[in-house]
Design a protein around this ligand. Structure first.
Ligand code: AHG
Ligand code: MN
Ligand code: MN
Length: 328
């Protein structure tokens, strides 16, 4: 029988790679794995319980909150709060960051920014959804309450980032800056097992993922790039869950674009919860992520819920898209 490596074993084996290797980041990542299993359980039986549909509330960005958005948000927050490693969190579903005020949490060295459920519009229709997370070391002093500067850090300062995809199988993919590794949840033993070691995105690809319904509202250079994709007979694939579109393109090679549009002049996706963590992963896998001007990893956030235009994927494809922008 082939030996399996579970997520916890893998994290422990790699502990020496972590900066300030005290074992805490390892524990935090293992905790995220556990919290995601709780959410996974709920996602899997969503149709059987009264947890489909809207919560009847809106988040700070004016988007309708689904019951599962709120469930996942609370599940992760509770885990972070009780774990003692995290001094505060920023979540897409909360207007403000939360600074945990228990004595043990105030000594936590990390902050986590996360999108508890990505792809909310797909929850009710049994299409893959996900969770995205990004971990930073706090900049404030241990023992103090976390403050806004702990959260407004550029992507290059992330110590870990990852996502969970609740799909035809459930996977957790993460990086700590030493490559990208993917784990598949084996439901029979309830463990994430290493299934995709050292993930690398093909340098070039033949898939483009964009909401073409917005085409008329896009800048000329982006329209040109999309025309180029069609001329090359690339395949159009757009699920509408960023995590799922990203995951497919990471494995097969491709580009995902959410440019600025008339409705969302700054782009739709959120720098801290979606773009920066996926940018860290794609760079570690050999790809690129840009807002059209700058490397996403170098953007210094000015506000918690900041949005940016987003182009991410295979190196050659992102470079081609950028070339057309520069020529404009
Ligand atoms: P969320 O469900 O966390 O709000 O994110 C939705 C995002 C992303 O997952 C997806 O790629 C994109 O919004 C889809 O947007 P459109 O429906 O505008 O294409
Ligand atoms: Mn999202
Ligand atoms: Mn979300």
């Amino acid at each position: 029988m082939a030996t399996i490596t579970t997520l916890s074993e893998f994290i422990m084996d790699r502990q020496a790679e972590f900066p300030f290797a005290s074992g805490e980041l390892s524990r935090l990542l293992a905790d995220i794995g556990i919290a995601s299993k709780i959410v996974n359980k709920q996602v899997n039986k969503a149709g059987l319980q009264d947890i489909l549909g809207s919560e009847g509330t809106e988040n700070v960005q004016g988007e309708t909150q689904q019951k599962l958005d709120v469930y996942a948000d609370v599940a992760f927050i509770n885990y972070f709060k009780s774990g003692g490693l995290v001094c505060g969190i920023g979540s897409e579903e909360n207007d403000e960051y939360l600074a945990f005020d228990t004595e043990i949490s105030k000594r936590g060295k990390y902050v986590v920014l996360f999108d508890p459920l990505d792809g909310s519009s797909n929850i009710d229709v049994n299409v893959s959804i996900g969770t995205i997370f990004s971990v930073f070391r706090r900049t404030s002093s241990v023992g103090d309450l976390a403050n806004i500067n702990d959260f407004l850090q550029p992507g290059i300062d992330q110590v870990a980032a990852g996502y969970v995809i609740y799909g035809s199988s459930t996977m957790l993919v993460y990086t700590t800056g030493h490559g990208v590794n993917g784990f598949t949840l084996d439901p029979s033993i309830g463990e994430f097992c290493l299934s995709h070691p050292r993930m690398i995105i093909p340098e070039d690809g033949k898939i483009f993922s964009v909401n073409e319904g917005n085409l008329n509202d896009m800048e000329e250079s982006v329209k040109e790039y999309i025309t180029h994709c069609k001329a090359e007979k690339y395949s159009a694939r757009y699920i509408g869950s960023l995590v799922s579109d990203f995951h497919r393109n990471l494995i097969k090679g491709g580009i995902y674009l959410y440019p600025s549009t008339k409705r969302n002049p700054k782009g739709k996706l959120r720098l801290l919860y979606e773009c920066a963590p996926l940018a860290f992963i794609i760079e570690q896998a050999g790809g690129l992520a840009t807002d059209g001007e700058k490397r996403v990893m170098e953007i210094r956030p000015e506000e918690l819920h900041q949005r940016i235009p987003f182009f991410i994927g295979s190196k050659k494809m992102v470079e081609d898209a950028l070339k057309m922008r520069k020529e404009d």
